[in-house]
Write a protein that binds this ligand. Structure first.
Ligand SMILES: [Zn+2]
Length: 117
């Protein structure tokens, strides 16, 4: 056996193209399932440590090896609740009115000569 033919646990087609010649280290096929029912099939070297989760290449959600126990979608809420929307809206308005007040104060002060530009 030549030295360095198989180095470590490199998987897939390496720069030497060894995988394509079918001489690569034995591999295992692992399937991952995401909550959106996408199935991702990946190959790992037999000695490689297969991760328990993998990001689904189709939707980006975490996928699990256990189809019966798929990871939840990340806690990023795609939709704002109505309340959150209202709150945000109000704070925008508040910010606007605060700005108005500030400008008003500024104008008043300018008129009364407290501030000289
Ligand atoms: Zn998916």
């Amino acid at each position: 056996m030549s030295t360095g033919a198989i180095r470590g646990s490199r998987i897939g087609a390496g720069p030497m193209g060894e995988a394509e010649r079918g001489e690569a280290a034995p591999r295992q096929t692992v399937e991952f399932f995401c909550v959106k029912d996408h199935r991702t099939t990946l190959q790992f070297a037999i000695e490689a440590e297969v991760p328990l989760e993998w990001d689904c290449p189709r939707c980006g959600l975490p996928a699990s090896r256990d189809a019966e126990n798929r990871p939840d979608a990340p806690r990023i809420e795609p939709y704002k609740t109505h309340l959150a929307y209202v709150k945000e809206r109000r704070s925008e308005e508040e910010a606007a009115s605060i700005l108005d007040e500030a400008l008003e104060t500024l104008r008043t002060k300018r008129k009364t000569g407290e501030i000289i530009f």
